[in-house]
Design a protein around this ligand. Structure first.
Ligand code: ADP
Length: 169
């Protein structure tokens, strides 16, 4: 059988960080194709629009030369249904500190209940990204802190622009 092994990598990506990218690169070692699925309707208040988040991810993918393996889409509804439509065999999530565990465990078991054919695969980032999240990045950027080690250059630029704009309002 010569079938491509596809995985979905769902999340909010508001914005994408080097932690997300670390997981993506590891995922590429395991799967032929990864579809990053940006959630359209999480119960969160996002800073960046879907189009902005997609553009930042696409830029980062190009910088990592992953264009032929990774695509970006947006979705709403159940990720298990979306994954099925794409023919994915796995769902990738990143696992950072223990604090992620309980929620992720619950989600993985629920998703398995919803679709027993889809496997959830957890990958651990490099230790320097273990405490990294999109929220902490936004917080630090808002206060003028240096974030260049933690996000792609395009993300840093957009964050600076966003906060300058808010200041001016
Ligand atoms: P969600 O709202 O679904 O948690 P996020 O964009 O915050 O969306 O995260 C998407 C996925 O990426 C999650 O599995 C999360 O654990 C993982 N992730 C986020 N930041 C990191 C990081 N620094 N290292 C490893 N995985 C991460």
């Amino acid at each position: 059988m010569n079938q491509q092994r596809t995985a979905v990598y769902p999340g909010t990506f508001d914005p994408i960080t080097n932690g997300h990218l670390d997981i993506l690169v590891r995922g590429c070692d395991l799967f032929d194709r990864i579809v990053i699925c940006i959630a359209e309707n999480p119960a969160k208040d996002e800073m960046f629009s879907l189009a902005e988040r997609k553009a930042m991810i696409e830029e980062a993918i190009s910088e990592h030369n992953l264009n032929s393996r990774v695509t970006v889409e947006t979705f709403n509804g159940l990720i298990v249904d979306y994954a099925e439509k794409l023919g994915a065999i796995a769902l990738i999530r990143g696992l950072r500190a223990v604090s992620d565990f309980e929620f992720e465990f619950q989600m993985a078991l629920m998703n398995r209940h919803l679709n027993n054919r889809l496997h959830t695969v957890y990958l651990m980032p490099k230790d320097e990204y273990t405490y990294l999240s999109s929220s902490i990045i936004k917080n630090v950027a808002n206060h003028g802190g240096d974030i260049h080690r933690f996000v792609p250059a395009g993300v840093k630029r957009r964050l600076v622009e966003k906060f300058l704009k808010t200041e001016g309002e």
